[in-house]
Ligand binder design. Structure first.
Ligand SMILES: NC(=O)c1ccc[n+]([C@@H]2O[C@H](COP(=O)([O-])OP(=O)(O)OC[C@H]3O[C@@H](n4cnc5c(N)ncnc54)[C@H](OP(=O)(O)O)[C@@H]3O)[C@@H](O)[C@H]2O)c1
Length: 251
């Protein structure tokens, strides 16, 4: 039976690639995007490549939009097999990203999308995920959310000191763990996955992986046999840049 996957922020970057690769595995992919033009264009491009792709309007910071997206999925499919909470913003790494100069406005903006948006979308979709035989949720996280990695003076993240984006991913990791615990005795698996440092608009294309490579560990976590692990933080380790080495990251 064809499985259905909703990916938030799927109009570009890693989210688009997750949709493209899941479609290659035979999923019907629902392209969540906050802008109708960008979302329709992405879905059309995926369809041109052979995918069963549909645009679903979804601004994760807008409660009405989240409710409408859940209603659209319910009307169209009745259940949801996969939810990928991918949409995110960085705020600023420099200037007001430094702890001492962080503005609450930036912090709120980043948390609205990367943290509150994930809880809003997940809770709206959970009734549909519960109806699927073995649903999976992947929260797209980052190594910069790992407290263990960021406090290692010998590690690659030591030079970075910023609050908004890193703490949003730390919160996302804990959110992942808490959903995994609540849903432990259900078939639903909930994991956080790190795409690694990837060249996208998010970082001015400074990353050293392609978006296709960044999507791979996420797609791998979504296409393994039912009954797999839950409450894990996996993905690329910082130095593994050949596009094949996944592992478990420290929280
Ligand atoms: N790139 C990296 O090096 C890297 C590393 C680790 C983790 N990640 C994570 O990977 C995920 C994808 O990032 P990316 O690099 O692909 O970034 P990206 O190219 O900037 O894409 C971000 C996506 O999120 C969407 N988005 C932002 N706010 C939204 C909202 N309120 N509602 C719905 N969609 C929204 C954007 O839509 P618009 O086009 O409308 O803005 C866009 O589609 C994020 O969770 C990011 O934190 C990235």
């Amino acid at each position: 039976m064809t499985e259905t996957a909703l990916i938030t922020g799927a109009n570009k970057g890693i989210g688009y690639e997750i949709a493209r690769q899941l479609a290659e595995y035979g999923f019907t992919v629902l392209v969540g995007a906050r802008d109708a033009g960008r979302g329709e264009a992405a879905a059309a491009k995926l369809r041109a490549g052979g995918a069963d792709a549909r645009f679903v309007p979804l601004d994760v910071t807008d409660a009405d939009s989240v409710a409408a997206a859940a209603a659209t999925v319910e009307t169209g499919f009745g259940a949801l097999d996969v939810l990928v909470n991918n949409a995110a913003v960085t705020g600023a790494f420099e200037g007001d990203g430094k702890p001492s100069t962080t503005t609450l406005a930036t912090l709120r903006q980043v948390f609205e999308t990367n943290v509150f948006g994930v809880v809003a979308v997940t809770n709206a979709m959970l009734p549909l995920l519960r109806r699927a035989p073995a649903a999976r949720i992947v929260n797209v996280s980052s190594e910069v959310g790992s407290i263990t990695m960021t406090t290692d003076p010998a590690g690659p993240l030591w030079p970075m000191a910023a609050i908004p984006y890193p703490t949003s991913k730390t919160a996302l990791n804990m959110i992942t763990a808490q959903y995994a615990k609540e849903l432990w005795d259900t078939p639903i698996r909930v994991n956080a996955v790190n795409p690694g440092y990837t060249a996208t608009d998010l970082n001015g294309h400074s990353g050293f992986r392609t978006a296709a490579q960044g999507a791979e560990p996420i797609v791998a976590a979504l296409t393994r046999p039912a009954g797999g692990p839950s409450g894990q933080f996996t993905g690329y380790l910082w130095g593994a840049s050949d596009g094949t080495e996944y592992g478990t990251l420290p929280w």
